[in-house]
Design a protein around this ligand. Structure first.
Ligand code: TRP
Ligand code: ZN
Length: 898
């Protein structure tokens, strides 16, 4: 096909308003799995703000065209083609009815209308609606929708769509119908329908203004016992958006539906959110504490889209971060408030640390590779490839910086103005920035660079203390290192970086902060410096003693900070910094530095050593009962292998693994008694509680177990893990025990205890797909050994009767876990991981291009790897490039090879 051989690049600069507008849409569906008939009646008019086009071009894919009627008469000048339908010489204002047929049963892409578990679902973002009917499938075309669903009543007793239910009733031949109306104008990507055998947990709540709302969580009947947490999360989300942003639910009814075949996490369709089962279903026996937290976050995220995304939507897909970055920021704040309220900084910091860890491991890596792009990209081939860490997570950091600059109140004023100006519109990132600027009386022109500049900025810091003058100067320099090649092409000038700083005295307490020219010290011992030039010096006066700087507190900007701390200074910060984020950060810096030195040595074969002072610094955290368990767990967890490999001049996963394992063993053996004591002290006997405190205890206890499993003699750990496995009344403890058993026995190539636990786990949860996903993932991410490489286990599991490549969760649990979460095994010297990767990308490409393209990304950093691995990686990429069919995968591998 010509269009896939030379993919078309879509450019932001080419945006033009649509030639026609569609004001209303009436859809009628006759739902049959292999042959669904869709009748689509639209009121269309010329767009007064666009240049005149003679023909009306509608998008359509994989549709069988049946007929067109214009103003009630058959229209002969409609031509169906590969990309849609062209209607020649249409009038200025008309009613158009189009009839077409699609095949949901054969739709394995999970985009458009598809069948999963015998039920019908839709996924329309970004460009799935054109797979359902011919349409102007772009977000700046907004219409009101009425939807009539007709289907067999026995097979599809529940018929759902967006908005409010107008009527339902029986039809001849055992069929029935339902008619839905969404009173709000929306772009087509927010359309949804669901039909099938489902049941709902229901709750009625009153919104802020006293209106009654019906809330429903729809699932398959056997999953009804796993819906309570999602419902609670929804109710909390509704309350939170009212209290924090004054935003109320605008429909009488709000529905969440769970589906097990789903490409991503969830989708914010107006009034009818559709979720991956992974982000809905939970009870203590089947879901871990992490699952519970993720469900709360994703339910919040989709609910918050109702205002940030739906009421105010995106003009075009280059503006994606307008809704995604903002909504991620909102869900992060929601989770932080749920954990720690507005004031418990230590509890809030736990969430912040987790979010920053993801950003640094995943987004910084993306920004250093061939897929690097600005938060607002300039071009794309396939928009589905731009639902990225940069658009979501860096985008969220960009939004967070407004709040850091203006405070919570200033941010709220900006949000209020944004809705006042743009409710009901499709707008741009610039519109959002202008609302924030105008509400706070500021010129934010320089801030636009955060949207247009790719690459991770580096801020290097120099400090100087003048004892005689009691002056302390901090000089900041901003730029991009060699690892951000994309930055060079897009660089436009310095960024406005909110740089939060504190100064710490010899006793570990914060010093008062008074900048040169100020009359007195400020109340707060943290200051947000507005760093706007390439190089800038900030001078603090009346500094009575030489301080230790605490830099970029709470990670106030998505940058890399370079400052030459000594190991002693980092240990001091780890023990004393009043900013909990930076306490954690100090420990990570200390560990990262040691681990990178050790990884360098591991490549030369020199025996490894770890300084006692590092062990001592970790011992202090481990035994400090004044610190919260969840903080200690995060502080004692070493930086991930992926993050460490990314910091090396040439990534060497085997060396990183050797170094990290060496340190884990050293900490395990040196602190054995302390780990055991922590293990005992933080048990949570009795009924399972899902509170942040209880989950903090479990996290720390299970971290202790994972270190104990590293002991030279793991017999004790195996005993503890086996007992924990057998006694567990929750999935957090059971899966942690299983993981400890697998890793404790890895060096021997397995053990009876580990195998028995694995078999028991499978039997016990055979009917719970989400738990079987964990069973696959635990095996794919296990340590492995020379005798028993994990690739062999993975290949065997591919043939397991429960494996199914068509189900994205299952494919992710085995294939992605191995290729993206087990670097030391995936990057085996013999290249076996890469051969497997190529096979799976090609197999998935034929089934589900979106999922295939995600897997394709696990080799994109190949040029930065150690030379011995590069050839195998390139060969695998070239193999995929030569066989790929989809635009999605082609864009990824071509960018990687370019
Ligand atoms: N808008 C969705 C969200 O942020 C994500 C999304 C985009 C999506 N495209 C999708 C989900 C395709 C499923 C399938 O939550
Ligand atoms: Zn989103």
């Amino acid at each position: 096909m010509a269009d896939t051989a030379t993919p078309n690049v879509i450019r932001r600069a080419d945006y033009a308003p649509p030639a026609f507008l569609i004001d209303t849409v009436a859809l009628e569906f006759d739902l049959v799995p292999e042959r669904t008939v869709v009748r689509n009646t639209m009121r269309v008019r010329r767009n007064p703000d666009a240049s005149r086009a003679a023909n009306f071009e509608l998008m359509g894919e994989q549709l069988e065209f049946v007929s067109a009627t214009l103003n009630g008469a058959p229209f002969a000048h409609a031509h169906a083609h590969e990309h849609g339908l062209t209607l020649d010489n249409v009038p200025d204002n008309f009613e158009l009815t189009l009839t077409s047929i699609c095949n949901p049963a054969e739709n394995t892409t999970l985009s458009g209308l598809y069948v999963s578990g015998g039920n019908f679902f839709t996924q329309c973002e970004a460009e799935g609606f054109r797979r359902i009917t011919y349409f102007l499938d772009r977000p700046d075309v907004m219409a009101t929708f009425t939807v009539t669903l007709r289907a067999s009543k026995a097979d599809y007793p529940v018929l759902l769509s967006n908005g409010n239910l107008l009527e339902e009733g029986d039809l001849p031949d055992g069929r029935h119908f339902a008619r839905w109306e969404d009173p709000f104008r929306k772009p087509s990507y927010l359309f949804a329908l669901v039909a099938g055998k489902l049941v709902a947990l229901e709750e009625r709540v009153k919104s802020g203004s006293g209106k009654e709302k019906l809330l429903q969580v729809w699932v398959e009947p056997h999953d009804l016992d796993k819906t309570r947490h999602a419902m609670d999360s929804l109710i909390n989300s509704i309350r939170w958006d009212e209290s924090r942003f004054g935003l109320e639910l605008d429909l009488d009814r709000f529905m969440i539906v769970a589906v097990s075949d789903f490409n991503m996490g969830a989708m914010e369709n107006k009034g009818l959110n559709i979720f991956n089962t992974k982000y809905v279903l939970a009870n203590p026996e089947t879901a871990t504490d992490t699952d519970f937290a993720n469900i709360e976050a994703v339910v919040g995220h989709e609910y918050f889209h109702n205002w940030t995304g739906n009421r105010v939507t995106c003009r075009d897909w280059f503006q994606l971060s307008l809704k995604e970055g903002l909504t991620v920021f909102r869900d992060q704040e929601f989770s932080a408030d749920m954990a720690g309220g507005a004031t418990d900084e230590a509890a809030r910091a736990t969430k912040r640390i987790e979010d920053v860890r993801v950003l640094r491991q995943m987004q910084f890596a993306e920004d250093a590779g061939p897929m690097a792009h600005p938060v607002r990209p300039e071009s794309y081939v396939e928009i589905n490839n731009f639902y990225t860490m940069t658009v979501y997570e860096k985008g969220s950091e960009v939004v967070r910086m407004y709040q850091t600059l203006f405070g919570r109140d200033g941010f709220r004023k900006g949000m209020d103005l944004y809705f006042k100006r743009h409710d009901g519109q499709a707008v741009t990132c610039d519109d959002f920035r202008h609302a924030l600027a105008d509400a706070n009386g500021r010129d934010l022109a320089q801030f636009e660079r955060w949207y247009s500049q790719a690459g991770t900025p580096r801020v290097s810091v120099r400090t100087k203390y003048d004892a005689a003058q009691q002056r302390y100067s901090v000089t900041l320099t901003q730029g991009y290192g060699d690892t951000a090649p994309a930055a060079r092409e897009t660089q436009k000038g310095p960024l406005l970086i909110p740089f939060a700083i504190g100064l710490i005295g010899k006793d570990g307490h914060d010093l008062p902060l008074q900048l040169e020219g100020e009359a007195r010290a400020s109340d707060s011992t943290t200051r947000v410096l507005e760093f706007t030039q390439t190089e800038q010096t900030f001078t603090f006066v009346n500094v009575a003693q030489e301080p230790l700087p605490s830099l970029l507190r709470n990670f106030s900007a998505p940058v890399i900070v370079e400052y030459d701390y000594s190991a002693d200074q980092l240990a001091f910060l780890l023990a004393h910094d009043s900013d909990p984020f930076n306490r954690w950060e100090a420990g990570q810096r200390l560990a990262t530095r040691e681990l990178l030195t050790l990884a360098g040595r591991a490549t030369t074969g020199v025996p490894l050593q770890l300084d006692d002072s590092v062990v001592a610094a970790f011992a202090r955290v481990l035994t400090d009962e004044t610190l919260s368990p969840s903080f200690r767990e995060l502080a004692l967890m070493l930086p991930s292998e992926a993050y460490l490999a990314e910091q090396m001049a040439e990534s060497n996963p085997a060396a990183v693994h050797a170094a990290r394992q060496f340190v884990r063993k050293r900490l395990a053996n040196a602190l054995r008694k302390d780990w055991l004591a922590v293990y005992e002290k933080h048990r949570t006997p009795g009924a399972y509680e899902a509170t942040p405190e209880a989950s903090g205890h479990r996290a720390l206890k299970n971290l202790a177990l994972s270190y104990l499993a590293e002991l030279d003699d793991p017999a004790e750990a195996v005993r503890l893990a086996s007992a924990q496995y057998d006694a567990a009344n929750n999935m957090t403890d059971r899966s942690a025990a299983l993981s400890a058993l697998l890793n404790a026995s890895a060096a021997k190539g397995g053990s009876i205890e580990a195998q028995q636990a694995l078999d028991d786990f499978y039997r016990r949860f055979e009917k719970e797909p989400l738990v079987i996903d964990k069973w696959f993932a635990l095996q794919a991410t296990q340590r492995g050994s020379a005798q028993r490489p994990v690739i062999e286990i993975v290949r065997k599991l591919m043939a397991h009767p429960a494996f199914n490549l068509k189900n994205p969760n299952r494919a992710r649990s085995l294939i992605f876990s191995f290729c993206a979460a087990n670097p030391a095994q995936f990057h085996a010297e013999d290249g076996s991981g890469y051969v497997f990767w190529a096979e799976q990308v090609i197999a998935l490409d034929a089934i589900n291009p979106q999922v295939a393209a995600r897997l394709a990304r696990s080799l994109e950093l190949w040029r930065r790897f150690t030379p011995t691995l590069r050839d195998g990686m390139r060969a695998a990429l070239e193999k995929v490039a030569s066989q790929v069919k989809s635009r999605d995968v082609r864009e990824i591998v071509e960018k990687a090879l370019a």
